[in-house]
Design a binder for this molecule. Sequence first.
Ligand code: TXA
Ligand code: MG
Length: 324
Amino acid sequence: MNPTSQTTGQFPPILQPDAQGLKTAAELLHAAGLVAFPTETVYGLGADAQNDHAVAGIFAAKNRPTFNPLIIHTASAETATRIAVLSPAAQTLADAFWPGPLTMVLPLREHSKISKLATAGLDTVAIRVPANACAQDLLAVFQGPIAAPSANPSGRVSPTTPAHVASGLGNAVGIILDGGPARVGLESTIVDLSTDAPTLLRPGGLSLEEVEDKIGVLATPGSAGIVAPVAPGQLRSHYAPAAPLRINATGPMAGESFLAFGPGPAADANLSETGDLTEAAANLFDLLHRLDALGRPIAVAPVPETGLGLAINDRLARAAAPRG
Ligand code: TXA
Ligand code: MG
């Protein structure tokens, strides 16, 4: 699609978040495109959280080496409860700090339509209700949850202005909504409320003191009995099928299901018939789930170790690793 309100010919187009700009951005999201938008913490690289292909585009644009789970942005705590289960402590924090720079990791509702790629196949989901007016307007016009990591190439500093986004991601992003400099400029505080012991996963734009003032002292990863990840992005447990998985397989052995990549003989499923890594990433978790349901061991064809292939192979290697 062609964004219409650009006047300066710059790429990617930087649009004002007026009615036309918001409409253009929402249409691009519905078309599985990527929209960089301001939040009060940092600029986010947004995609339709319910569309695997759109979410795969985020990992491709950021050149992320692994499929870290993403934060799902929703318009309100009420819309968050359609995706996740809020404990009393989570509800207390939502009442106090949403909208705002707080992300809560919560149990994912069973029939939620959130992309498994966005949650990395976990049974929890990170949710945030942003306070920034432009982010709120975009959520209102789009009418759905938006998955968004910070809008920077992997390993680089988070962006707090449209110019940072443009210089870091260039045309990998479809549109940038201009909300001026991010107010907080530091990523959100992440608290895990999916277990009985609320745990700080990432310090951020909301102080620990403010959180503890509401729900008491937080555990930190490493506290007795806490098995939470040491740092965001360092999650041990990602999706692994119940069935044994064999990687770099040239074909199925007797009794195995075969997951192919690229053109070739018939298989039980194909990550991408055309050998497209973004498509393969979008299909990965869904196809593993489907093959797992057949109840047979799964053999997976080799996937090239370039671009998103690195992340796909990382995830496949974890799924194939000996189970603890
Ligand atoms: O301020 C922010 O949080 C910004 C704006 C755009 O909202 N977003 C952001 O996203 O910083 P990102 O992807 O850079 O960091 C989110 C972190 C990931 O590193 C991931 O490990 C963690 O959140 N995370 C997401 N889902 C999780 C889950 N279910 N359990 C534990 N950690 C999770
Ligand atoms: Mg980041």
